[in-house]
Each structure stands twice: as C-alpha cells, then as structure tokens.
Design a protein around this ligand. Structure first.
Ligand code: SF4
Length: 370
C-alpha cells in the first residue's frame, strides 16, 4: 500500500515550535505518528534544545511518599483499586511520614510529593481530613520544602484548607480527556468533578499537575485533545506515563505500550509546553528508563523513594526501591552522563515563585477584564 502523503514537513513543524508558536491539533497528531528513527531523533533533539533554552542543564528531583495505598475507588488500570486483594496495603502514620520526608529533604530532593489513594480513613472518618491537612502542614514545616499533594478528589473546603496552609501543588491526573475512555478507566467517578477540582486549585493559587496514561486505548486525537486540555487548564507540570498491567485488575492482560510512544509524547509535550515541568517517572522502568525520558525532553525526576521504608510506587510497586536506586544518589550518575545536573533547592524555589507570580498577574488581568 502506498504511504499516505502528509501535508506537514517535520522541519517546519519543529521550527514552528522552537519559534514559540502553538502547534495545531493536526501538527501534534503528525508528530505523535512519527515512525522513522531519524525523524524521532530529530524530535528528541529539538525537545532537548528547548529544555536547555528554559532550564539550562538543571533537572529537578521529587521525593515521593505514597503514604496510603488504601482506596475506595475501582480504577480499572490500578493495582490499589478497592476490591484487589493482590496488592500491598499500608497506611503510614504521621511520625513515619515526617521521618521519611525529613530523610528525603536531607538527601537533596526539591519537593515532597505526598500521595494517597482515596483512603476511607481520611474520606469517611470524622476529622479525617482535618488530620490530613495537619499532617501535610507538618511535612511542609519540618522539611521547609515545597509540597505537592495528590489525595484524589477531595471536598472543596479541604482544598481551600490546604491552600491556606501554603501547599504548592495539587496533582490529580485525568488520565484521558476522552469522556468515554475516562468512564472505563475510572468507573463511577465524575469526569467533571475531577477536572473542576483542578480549576478550583488554580483559582486558589495552587500550581496544578495534569497527566495522562499512554496505552489504555486512547487515540492520537485523544492525546492531542489532552494537550489542549492541559493548555486550557494552564497546568505548570504536565506528564505522561505508560500503562503497566497490574495483577488482580480488569486490565491485567492488556499489554504495556512500546516505550517509544511515551518518549514521543514527552517530546511533543516539551515542544508544546517548552517552559513547563515535564516528569521522567522512575515508576515505569526504574532508573534504567531515566536516560531515554531525559533524552526526550523531561526535566523532573519523579518517584524518588527511599529504600527500606516500606513505601511502594504506583505503577511499579517495588522496582529499584530497596536496591536504593530510586534515590538522589542513584540518579545523579545518569544526569551526569547526559551532561545534566541536579538543580539547587533555591533554583526550584525561584521557579515556583516566578510561576506563582505569573498566575497571580493572570488572575488580576482576567479580573480587570471582567
Ligand atoms: S488510581 Fe488512585 S483513585 Fe484509582 S484506584 Fe488507584 S489509588 Fe484509587
């Protein structure tokens, strides 16, 4: 069969992105469909040069504390879905969490990411959310670092309370912006509530992270639509992670997608959002997969988990954790090999400050317009 002729020329599309023009949906779909090794390398090369333009050789490092793996939900892709008995459940107490956070801060991470499932302990108990807010406040105070929270879709007043105590980030991945696919991936959950919570977080002055899953039945059109949704949301951190089949879940026999697809999406994210944060997650392929994600244009290493703390990852519950590889020390050689280096804690603080100021100005401007 003859190869379809594309109306796009790779070099022109790459140049357009480098000149800071927004790529159209069709151009994004074109880039997502690249197959030739040489063309994909060109894409990665441009993604790296854009990262360099905005971030130099500095990479940010995030410590990850998945402090409760209990969850009331039944996401079809997730090992921690409520009915699954084939996963490791735990709930860390306050002193354990603070101690782990302190250790992460001492190891040189730039941010503490506090993540949990929608744990009934917090969602259904009297004062559950009060204790959650207090806990998060203590982690921030003890470490002096920016904090990201990923607690699921929480009541609005809890999000307001978290903003009041000065948390920096709210992360809540939609996984897809195709409503039909969303209802398969996240049964009995509201697409709109999940999205609206992120808009509320933004209104409250929080930085928002949005993310998608690759390899769960989405089309390239869906991925392009997600990138538009990320732009509409104004998310300062945007991510993609490859689906990993989880035992005991309805998607346990689905294949994991070829990794090159995640790398291409990372690179297209960099072209579309050159000055934003794009994670290279250790949660999919461990430290071994870090180099390819950085080569695709990522500039944050996420899911650094201290060894022997009993903490798990999300997609890969134990990969590289107790070997001590998912640590600052474990990833520095990879950065060095690529001519990159860990940013200083102050660099990250300045970046956050600048972006928050920009958001405040945007809100003032939109207020004036109204
Ligand atoms: S993805 Fe999150 S909300 Fe869904 S089942 Fe897993 S832990 Fe719960």
């Amino acid at each position: 069969m003859a190869k379809a002729i594309s109306p796009f020329k790779l070099e022109e599309v790459l140049k357009k992105a480098c000149d800071r023009h927004h790529l159209s949906k069709e151009e994004i779909i074109f880039l997502l469909g690249l197959k030739e090794e040489e063309e994909i390398n060109q894409l990665f090369h441009r993604a790296q040069s854009l990262r360099r333009r905005y971030f130099g050789d500095k990479i940010f490092l995030y410590g990850f504390i998945y402090f409760s793996t209990y969850c009331r939900n039944q996401c079809t892709f997730c090992i921690y879905r409520a009915p699954n008995r084939l996963c490791q459940r735990y709930r860390k107490n306050e002193s354990e969490i603070i101690e782990i956070a302190r250790g992460l801060a001492e190891s040189g991470v730039h941010l503490i990411d506090l993540t949990m499932g929608e744990d009934p302990f917090y969602y259904q108990q009297d004062n559950g959310f009060k204790s959650l807010v207090e806990l998060i406040g203590k982690v921030k105070e003890e470490t002096g670092l920016p904090v990201m929270v990923s607690p699921g879709v929480i009541p609005k007043q809890v999000l307001v309370a978290l903003a009041d105590i000065g948390i920096d980030w709210y992360a809540c991945y939609q996984e897809t912006h195709n409503r039909q696919l969303f209802s398969y991936l996240r049964p009995n959950q509201s697409y709109d509530s999940r999205l609206e919570e992120k808009y509320l977080a933004r209104e409250l002055g929080l930085l928002v992270e949005e993310g998608i899953l690759a390899g769960v039945g989405e089309s390239k059109i869906d991925v392009a639509a997600s990138m538009q949704a990320m732009r509409d949301l104004g998310a300062p951190q945007v991510r993609v992670m490859s689906f990993i089949p989880q035992r005991g879940s309805p998607m346990s026999s689905w294949p994991s997608p070829p990794r090159i697809y995640e790398m291409i999406i990372i690179a297209v994210l960099r072209l579309s959002f050159p000055d934003r944060l794009i994670p290279a997650s250790l949660d999919i392929d461990g430290v071994e997969g870090l180099q390819e994600r950085l080569k695709a244009g990522a500039n944050v290493v996420t899911s650094l988990i201290p060894a022997h703390t009993g903490l798990a990852g999300v997609a890969q519950a134990s990969l590289d954790i107790d070997g001590g590889y998912r640590t600052v020390k474990g990833v520095l050689p990879v950065l060095e090999e690529l001519g990159l280096r860990a940013a200083k804690v102050e660099d990250y603080g300045h970046w956050i400050h600048r972006v928050k100021n920009g958001l405040v100005k945007q809100r003032i401007c939109s207020g004036i317009k109204k």
